[in-house]
Design a protein around this ligand. Sequence first.
Ligand code: HC1
Ligand code: SF4
Length: 578
Amino acid sequence: KINIEINGEKIIVPEGITVLEASHELGVKIPTLCHLDLKDLQLYNKTASCRVCMVESIDPRNDNKRLVPSCVTKVYEGMVIKTDSVNAITARRMAVELLLSNHPNECFTCPKNLECELQALAEELNVREIRWEGERMDYPKDVSSDAIVKDANKCIYCRRCETGCNEVQTCGILSGIGRGFDAFVGPAFNMPMVETSCTYCGQCVQVCPTAALTEMFHTDKVWEALNDPDKHVIVQTAPAIRVALGELFGMEAGTIVTGKMVSALKRMGFDGVFDTDFGADLTIMEEASELIYRLENNKTLPILTNCCPAWVKFIEHQFPELIHVPSTCKSPHIMFGTIAKTYYAEKNKLDPDNIVVVSIMPCIAKKAEAKRPELTKDEKNNVDIVVTTRELGAMIKEAGIKFDALPDSEFDSPLGETTGASVIFGTAGGVIEAAVRTAYEWMTGEELEDVEFEQLRGMDGLRKASVLIGDKELKIGIASGLGNARIILEEIREGISEYDAIEIMACPGGCIGGGGQPYHHGNREVIKKRKDAIYDEDRRKKIRKSHENPEIIKLYEEYLGKPFGEKAHKLLHTHFEE
Ligand code: HC1
Ligand code: SF4
C-alpha cells in the first residue's frame, strides 16, 4: 500500500494501480473516452489516445507540475494529483475541442444523437466553442454490407472497436489506417466491409463511442410494409429483447417488458405479433433429436449449436475444415419465418408472397443471415426484414407511443405459445440447457424434476460442465465471445476436444450482449441484470421444456410429422458454406 494525495485528500491505495483507479476509490470522477476496462468481457482498451483523462501531477520533491493521462499513469509513494486544477480542466476540454474540430457537425441527424459519448463529454466539460475551424476528413460511408455502416469521418481513433474485434473476438478486421490528420480505424487497405471476413457480430458497434460504426437501419422498410394494404405483416421478437428494450425508455436494465413490447407492436399495426421463442422451442425439437441421433449412431461429435449467425460466419471464414461439425438446424428466427410462410400461410389462407416477416433481434448479424443464399434460394425469404432492439425503440418513439404507459398484451396464437426453455436462449448457456431439458427426458424416458442446470450458467466466457443423463455423462462446453470460440475450435481441430455438445455465441454473454442491444456504455452490470432477468422469466413460465409446448406438439401433429423426420428436414435444416 502507498500514500498519495488527490485534490488535497490523503488516501492509501494499493501499489500498481493507475491514477484513474485511485481517483475512483476516492469517488472522484475523471472523464474518459478511449479507456475501457471490462474484466468480464476481457476487453481492455488502454491506448491512452484521446487524452481526455488528463490530470495534473505535482512532484512533491520539487513542486514541478505536469499533465499526465490518468488511465495509464501509475501511482507512486507521495504522489500529489490535482484532477480539478485549471490546467487539468483546460487540457481535458482542449482534447475534446480538438476532436470536435475534425468531427462532422451532424448531431441532430446522427444515429448516435443523445447516445454519443463524445457529445456527452462536450456537454460535461462545458465546451462552448470550437476554436479551430479547418479541413475535415472526407471519406465516403461504407454501406457495402447491409449489416454494418462505417463512417470513418466520425472515427476519433480511440481504437475501442479494434480492441473488441481483435482481442475479444480475434477476428482481426479492424486496425489503424493512415497517419496524422486522416487516420481512422478500418479494415486493411480500407476494403469494403463486405469483402472482409467480418462476422457482423457488432461488438465493434457496441463499443464505438460515436457513430463511426452503426448498424444498417431498416426501419423505413418496416414502415413501408406496414403501410402496404396488400401485405400481411407479422413480427417476431427474440428472447433477449424483452429484458433490454425498457432501457431505451429510461427503465432499469433487466426490467422485463414482454407485455408492453407486444402492445407497442400491436399499436404499430402488425397483423400478427409472435415470439422467436416459438422458433427456439422448435429448434430444440430438432437439435435435441440431432444430438441423440449423433450419440446413438456414432456420428460426428461434438455437436455445435449454430443459432448464432456471427459464429457461423466465423467458422466458415476461420475453420472451414470444421464446417460439418455444427448442427444442421436453421436458427430459431429463420425456422419461425419458414413456418410462417408455410404452415401459418396455409392455415390462414394467405399467399406466402404477401406475408412479410419482420424479426426484432438483438443482433446485427441476423440482418446478413436473413439474406444468406442457402436460406433464401428455393424458399424466397423466410425472414424479410431484420431490425435491432435499438431500431425497435426508435420506431416506438417515432410512432408516438408512450411505452411506459402501455398495458400488457399477449402474443398471438398459434406460434405464440412458448416455454421457459426458449426464453433462456437469450443468455449464454441457455441453448444447451434447453436442449438438455429435452434430451434428458427423451433419452431416459423419465421426467426431469429440477429443470435448472446451475452448472451451465454463469458469466465466464468459457465454461465446461457435465450433465448426467441416465448413465451417460454428457460433456458440455459453452463459449461466448469469438475468442473463446476459437479456443474450443482449435481443440476440435487438434482432435483433443473432450466435449459431446458445445454452445457457441459470438457476443460476450450471449444475445443479451448483442451488437444491436441498447448501448451498455462499458457497464458490465447491465449485461448481468439482463441475464438475471432472463432466468426470472424462465422461472415464471408454466411450461419450461420445449417438447411440452402444446403449439409445437400441434405443429408436428398437423404439419411436420416426426421431429428430425423428412418434412422437418426439408423445412428446418440447412447447410452452411461460403
Ligand atoms: Fe438469439 Fe436466437 S437466442 S440467436 O441468440 O437462437 O439474435 O435473443 O433470437 O434466431 O431464439 C439472437 C436472441 C435469437 C435466434 C432465438
Ligand atoms: Fe470485428 Fe465483429 Fe466488428 Fe466485424 S462486426 S469488424 S468481426 S467486431
